[in-house]
Design a protein around this ligand. Sequence first.
Ligand SMILES: Nc1nc2c(c(=O)[nH]1)N[C@H]1C(S)=C(S)[C@@H](COP(=O)(O)OP(=O)(O)OC[C@H]3O[C@@H](n4cnc5c(=O)[nH]c(N)nc54)[C@H](O)[C@@H]3O)O[C@H]1N2
Ligand SMILES: Nc1nc2c(c(=O)[nH]1)N[C@H]1C(S)=C(S)[C@@H](COP(=O)(O)OP(=O)(O)OC[C@H]3O[C@@H](n4cnc5c(=O)[nH]c(N)nc54)[C@H](O)[C@@H]3O)O[C@H]1N2
Ligand code: SF4
Ligand SMILES: [Mo]
Length: 680
Amino acid sequence: MQELKTVCPHDCPDTCSIIAKVEDGKVVSTKGDANHPFTRGALCTKVRHYDERIYSPDRVLYPMKRVGAKGEGVFQRITWDEALHAIVEKLQNTIDTYGGESVHHFKGSGTMGLIQSNIHFPFLHKIGASRARGGLCCPAAGIGWKYTVGENVGNRPESVAHTDLLIVWGMNMASTNMHMLAFYQQAKKNGAKMIVIDPYRHRTAKQADWFIPIRPGTDAALALGMMHVLVEEGMTDNDYIEKYTFGFEELKKELPRYTPEYVEEITGVPADDVRKLARMYGQARAPFIRMGMGLSRNRRGGMIVRTIACLPGLIGAFHKKGGGALMFTTGVFPLRTEAVTRPDLLPKPARVLDKVRLGHSLLEEQEPPVTFLFVTGGNPALSCPDQGAVRKGLARENLFTVVHEQFMTDTAKFADILLPATTSFESYDVYQSFGHTYFQKAEPVIFPIGEAWSNHDFYCALARKMGFADDVFTKPIQELALELLPDTITDAQKEAFLAGEPVELVEIEKFFEGGFPTSSGKLEFYSEQMARDGYPPLPTYSEIEDGEDEGDLHLLTPPAHYTLNTSFGGVQSLREKEGRPTVRIHPEDAKVRGITEDGWVKVYNDRGSIRLWARLVEDAPRGVVAAEGVWWTAHVPDGNPLNLLPSDRLTDMGWGSTLHDNRVRVRKINKEEEVGCREV
Ligand SMILES: Nc1nc2c(c(=O)[nH]1)N[C@H]1C(S)=C(S)[C@@H](COP(=O)(O)OP(=O)(O)OC[C@H]3O[C@@H](n4cnc5c(=O)[nH]c(N)nc54)[C@H](O)[C@@H]3O)O[C@H]1N2
Ligand SMILES: Nc1nc2c(c(=O)[nH]1)N[C@H]1C(S)=C(S)[C@@H](COP(=O)(O)OP(=O)(O)OC[C@H]3O[C@@H](n4cnc5c(=O)[nH]c(N)nc54)[C@H](O)[C@@H]3O)O[C@H]1N2
Ligand code: SF4
Ligand SMILES: [Mo]
């Protein structure tokens, strides 16, 4: 038996260091690595029995070609050689007929490894394929944060151990960032308090000292109301403002209208609570705000994050031990990702398509049309909004789709050629985190299962078969990894990296030495860059006309505790723990719809209709319903995916998804409809 080190590849801020126990070439168990400074030996429930995912009966083990209808999932085994040959032939034909831009790619967040998740880029650049902009997750959050702070860095997550007040703003930390919450537990022992601001009472909210339910999408108004009270009641740190911030006088002129009473009208948070919150924040020694990604998944998302990021600037919290704020840590890594992405291989600027609007790109008239689609590490037939359009697009007979996957996912079933992918336990990569400051390399701990290839294996082989001789396609992956390292790396850091230890290259505190990493060197209440980019230069709450009457309830689509996006749908034990595809609805909202007890209901709007198990609980305030998790269609009662309901509208910044910003109706299902409702 061997104990081998690896890293969790999933799209999670915690990027855990894992120790895999391997016996006779098989992973028999997984545990956390106690030597990792941030994750400290703990793994979440999802990854604690990762062998179940690696050896799942749903794994794709061999290359296959489709012999059934698109979406049906009937395939015939072929060899890798045959698969590559078929892809190259079709690709060349497509490029000759329509040009390189008729080729499109959906890159998901299945692996966060810097090489495996980027290695398709040099290949796509070479053929001049269409490029994707934006993303499902949270591009608006990154952009909004940077307008205020300058870089995607914040206060060290571990430092929350020294806070006296943690505000968890739009994040279900207990499910999605548990290691940072563990640092807060140390502060709690010393009397710290936790406030959660979220539209619904999730796991983390239930642990909070104070849960503040807020109307979705209105957080900028709440933050501005807090600023109003801080200024009015003289709780600001004026020396700090003078030294470290830009544009306070302009901001001050905006604040009078954000009275707690006006803020109550917008947010639903009672005026007295707005005052109480502002006072708790203003009087705390070192308050820390942890913002979640979901906070930005709405039409005001970027501006919300930009506005909340201003709050610590008013009281000097960014420079207090235990205080400040955090959105991402991504900006702390000076790694040379262009060694893998190779923008220099792009012959000319290529057409750009919105990732969030995949259905639109596949269905609506494009010049040239999209006739070839690669999917790597993603499951757009479940994860993208406006599923109706996505699935119709994927079903197009004149679209050739290549899916490289670990599992027989909903998307895989639409593939013309389906290729088996390794898991991170079977492949090499380098990981940086977006929730802590360490990066780490991981060697494979077992041989590939079946005939699985890594993304690197696949795209390099395909490039060579296309006749591309560039060195990125031929050099060993270990060499590529070394090219990611910056010149500034010390010998000791390099040695630790090569030994597979977590390495911190730059201390995050450096970014705040003497100021902020913005162009003015200060935290920007007023942003000239925003004005240049066509946004209001000051923190703002803006009204949005809905314009469409899609439903009378606001739908939230947050993460589930026991799964991660769609990546654990193939693990039965986790699915069983999660229970059923559920929608939480306030008992009063249920009652007026004739629903008096928990049971299957129909949730629908203009885009689609699905079945969910209604749980009548006061976790959801009136007017809001929450459906956690994205279930595979094989595990939902009528086979209809949740993301039929959200629209493909974009965020205010960064072409992100607005998955938390949709309206639906809920109704009881009739007796005859129950027949189609298989028990799951
Ligand atoms: N309703 C609802 N919708 C959501 C969300 C939600 O919470 N609710 N979350 C949204 C968010 S935040 C995100 S980031 C997106 C995520 O959506 P996607 O980016 O589509 O990610 P996943 O659904 O996790 O699918 C990742 C797939 O990649 C495969 N994979 C993993 N590693 C590798 C690899 O190394 N190589 C290859 N070839 N494949 C691999 C996995 O098996 C998995 O099927 O979903 C968004 N959609
Ligand atoms: N267990 C588990 N862990 C995960 C994932 C998972 O699916 N399961 N997904 C991973 C991925 S890809 C990501 S991006 C992260 C996401 O992790 P989180 O940031 O925790 O989750 P989000 O969906 O982004 O939404 C977080 C919270 O934002 C709230 N919210 C929505 N709209 C608003 C609003 O307008 N205002 C406020 N204040 N709150 C709002 C939602 O109700 C939800 O509780 O988690 C990662 N980790
Ligand atoms: S999903 Fe997140 S918490 Fe779980 S093991 Fe991976 S990095 Fe750690
Ligand atoms: Mo995400």
